[in-house]
Design a protein around this ligand. Structure first.
Ligand code: NAD
Ligand code: KPL
Length: 303
């Protein structure tokens, strides 16, 4: 079955190139005719892996192309994903599969609610990629992908295609728990690296702030029924801080490069969930407000 990839950026490019390399039929869906012309002028998508660049002349089309969509990989940022799907919604066949690669939570649920005739698969990825230039993606960090469907624990029958394409994957019936766990980790680390303008490891100089956030995020995980994730969060946060000590977090990189962050789907989602559950989490709330002020002062969206 043909794959369509919506969002030909870092992760979308990484997935599309590997699928194409395995001989799997894939089409990129580009925003508009200017982007399509620029892509065609580049003759395809380049993937740089271990310092070696390969060009993949993957077919590309516009959102209003005539062909139906049966499997759609949505690799836009969380704040763009729903509107991007809306542009191609008329092409989705009943039962179409949407693979949602977004970080954080909130976008996936909104999409699943808006298109109930589709099967939404949520993906949590620890792979790393970035765009070196338009249509040129660097595979920056090996990782793994967990896929799951909160509505249906049965794995789809095409996961072997991902293995064939060298896309590491595990079917995860508790995908929402996995996404929550990553969200909590990102909330404990990323905003503080922005506010202290530091690498992950330098959070070691602010242990009280990190610990206070871990305590409240654990409470939130617990209240969402994720007791095990709650009990291990504090240790996992400090392990990740150690393991990535020399790195700048993705949110730090976004702010540094004056790009919109996904704060609304990370801290924003955490705070909204706390409010719904009637939890008082003052450190988390204050962090959210500080971060929003910090973003506003730099002319960046606050959600
Ligand atoms: P990106 O900005 O590199 O790519 C997103 C692409 O979507 C861009 O090319 C953009 O032009 C395109 N897009 C936006 N709206 C569109 C529309 N309406 N029609 C067509 N294309 C549209 O983003 P990314 O880094 O690949 O991240 C995608 C998601 O994956 C994010 O939620 C991110 O948090 C998550 N993620 C990324 C990485 C990574 O290493 N890059 C790792 C894990 C998770
Ligand atoms: O996922 C991350 C990010 O930077 O977004 C880590 C490295 C885990 C820090 O939260």
């Amino acid at each position: 079955m043909n794959w369509h990839v919506l969002g030909a950026g870092s992760l979308g490019g990484l997935w599309a190139a590997r699928l194409a390399r395995a001989g799997i039929s894939v089409h990129l869906i580009l925003r508009n005719s200017e982007r399509l012309a620029a892509y065609r002028a580049a003759s395809g998508l380049t993937l740089v892996e271990d310092g070696h660049a390969s060009l993949f002349p993957i077919a590309a089309q516009l959102p209003n192309a005539a062909t139906p969509i049966r499997r759609l990989l949505v690799a836009c940022k969380a704040y763009d994903a729903e509107e991007a799907i809306a542009q191609v919604a008329h092409r989705l066949v009943p039962g179409a599969e949407l693979l949602l690669l977004q970080n954080g939570l909130g976008a996936q649920q909104a999409i699943a609610a808006r298109w109930p005739q589709t099967r939404c698969l949520f993906v949590s990825s620890t792979e790393g990629a970035y765009r070196e230039a338009d249509w040129r993606v660097v595979f920056a960090g090996r990782g793994h992908n967990w896929l799951g469907d909160p509505q249906d624990a049965a794995a789809p029958d095409w996961l072997q295609q991902l293995d064939d394409a060298g896309i590491p994957q595990t079917w995860s019936p508790d995908i929402t728990a996995r996404l929550w766990q990553k969200l909590a980790l990102n909330c404990a680390i990323n905003p503080l690296t922005v506010l202290h303008d530091c690498r992950n490891g330098e959070l070691g100089e602010h242990p009280a702030e990190v610990d206070a956030l871990c305590a409240e995020l654990s409470e939130l995980l617990q209240a969402n029924g994720l007791a095990e994730a709650a009990s291990t969060l504090h240790d996992r946060v400090w392990q990740v801080i150690d393991a990535t000590a020399g790195n700048y977090s993705s949110m730090h990189q976004d702010v540094h490069q004056h790009r919109r962050t996904e704060v609304g789907y990370l801290l924003g989602h955490a705070c909204a969930s706390a409010e719904r559950l009637g939890l008082e989490l003052p450190a988390l709330h204050e962090l959210h407000q500080r971060l929003r002020r910090h973003l506003a002062a730099r002319g960046l969206p606050q959600d």
